[in-house]
Design a protein around this ligand. Structure first.
Ligand code: SAM
Length: 294
C-alpha cells in the first residue's frame, strides 16, 4: 500500500513545513494530526521540534515527553527531553553514541563532501604558525579528521570519543597514540593515560552535543600547561546561554564563551566567524575559538 502524501497526511505535511523553515504552520499541521490520532508519536516529535524552532522550550518538552511515552525506545525524544530538563547527563540516553556509530562508515565522505565540513583545516590554519606542539588531546575525535589535519604539527596525539565505531576508524589512521572510547568528562576523570599535561586541546564540532560547557572547561583547564591552547568550534546563536535546537544540537552564544573563558582562567585570543557545514543546503553559522590557558 502506498504512503499517503503530505496533502492528505497532516504529519507528513508538518514535516515538510518544518524542513522548509515554517515552524508556525508546522505546529498547526501537527496539531491537526494529533486531533485525528492522539497517539501518533511522529506528530508529537514533529510538534516538539516545531515548538523548539519557535523558541517555546516548555511546550517542546511536553511534546517530546508525550512522544517518549508512546515509543519508549525513541532515543531522539529521550535526548531532547533530557537536554531540555537541565544540566543532567545528556549522554545517558545513548542517542549521540548511536547516532555516530550508525554514521561512522559514511562520516568522512558525507561530511567533507556533501556537507562541506572544513573545521579541521580551519583549526590547522589557526595553529600552523604556533606549531610545533608536544601533545594534543582531541576531544570527540570522531574518525580522526583533526588528527589527520594536525599530524605534522604535533608529536603525540590522544583522542576520546563516545562512539566505538568512530574511535575504531580513528585507530585505523595510525595517528593517535592513545584512543579512549567513552564520554569526555568520564574519560578525563578516570583514564590515567589522559591526565596530560597537554599543550593543545581541540574539540571540533563536539561541544554542540554537550550543551552547558562549564564542566568541560574546568576539566580542560586542569589538563593544559600554562599558555596551552584550547581550540574548538560551536554553532552560534544570540543570547547568553546555550540553546537546544531541533537538530538535537546546542548553539552557544559569544557572550557565554567569553564568560566561561573568564571564569576558568583562559584568555580569548581568536574568535573567527565561519560556517560549520551545510544543513538542508544552507550553511550553519558558527565560530572557531582559540583560547590560551593563563
Ligand atoms: C560531528 S563529530 C566531529 C568529529 C571530529 N571532531 C571531526 O572534526 O571530524 C562529533 C563527535 O563528537 C562525539 N561526541 C559527542 N558527544 C561526546 C561526548 N560526550 N563524549 C565523547 N565524544 C562525544 C561524537 O561521537 C562524534 O564522533
Amino acid at each position: 500500500m502506498s504512503q499517503p502524501d503530505s496533502a492528505e497526511n497532516p504529519t507528513a505535511r508538518g514535516e515538510a513545513l518544518l524542513a522548509g523553515g515554517r515552524p508556525d504552520e508546522a505546529v498547526a499541521a501537527f496539531t491537526a494530526a494529533l486531533a485525528l490520532r492522539p497517539k501518533d508519536s511522529a506528530a508529537w516529535r514533529g510538534l516538539g521540534k516545531a515548538q523548539l524552532d519557535l523558541g517555546d522550550q516548555n511546550a517542546a518538552k511536553i511534546s517530546f515527553a508525550r512522544a517518549l511515552a508512546i515509543v519508549p525506545y525513541d532515543r531522539y525524544a529521550a535526548h531532547m527531553l533530557a537536554s531540555l530538563s537541565g544540566p543532567a547527563d545528556v549522554q545517558a540516553t545513548g542517542y549521540v553514541a548511536d547516532l555516530f556509530d550508525t554514521y561512522a562508515d559514511d562520516f568522512d565522505a558525507h561530511l567533507t563532501g556533501d556537507l562541506n565540513y572544513r573545521i579541521p583545516q580551519a583549526i590547522r590554519a589557526l595553529l600552523a604558525e604556533r606549531a610545533p606542539f608536544a601533545s594534543l588531546l582531541d576531544l570527540g575525535c570522531g574518525t580522526g579528521l583533526v588528527g589527520a589535519a594536525l599530524s605534522d604539527l604535533v608529536a603525540t596525539i590522544h583522542g576520546i570519543d563516545i562512539a566505538p565505531r568512530m574511535t575504531r576508524k580513528a585507530h585505523e589512521r595510525g595517528l593517535y597514540r592513545h584512543l579512549r572510547t567513552g564520554d569526555l568528562l568520564d574519560s578525563i576523570a578516570n583514564d590515567p593515560a589522559l591526565v596530560g599535561p597537554y599543550d593543545l586541546v581541540t574539540a571540533a564540532d563536539v561541544f554542540v552535543y554537550l550543551g552547558p560547557l562549564e564542566a568541560i572547561f574546568a576539566a580542560t583547564a586542569t589538563l593544559l600547561v600554562p599558555q596551552g591552547l584550547l581550540v574548538f568550534s560551536v554553532e552560534t546563536t544570540a543570547g547568553d546561554a546555550p540553546v537546544l535546537r531541533s537538530s538535537g544540537r546546542f548553539a552557544h552564544p559569544a557572550a557565554y564563551i567569553a564568560r566561561l573563558a573568564d571564569q576558568f582562567g583562559f584568555t580569548l585570543d581568536v574568535t573567527q566567524s565561519r560556517p560549520i557545514r551545510q544543513e538542508r543546503d544552507q550553511p550553519i553559522p558558527g565560530a572557531l575559538y582559540l583560547l590560551t590557558r593563563n
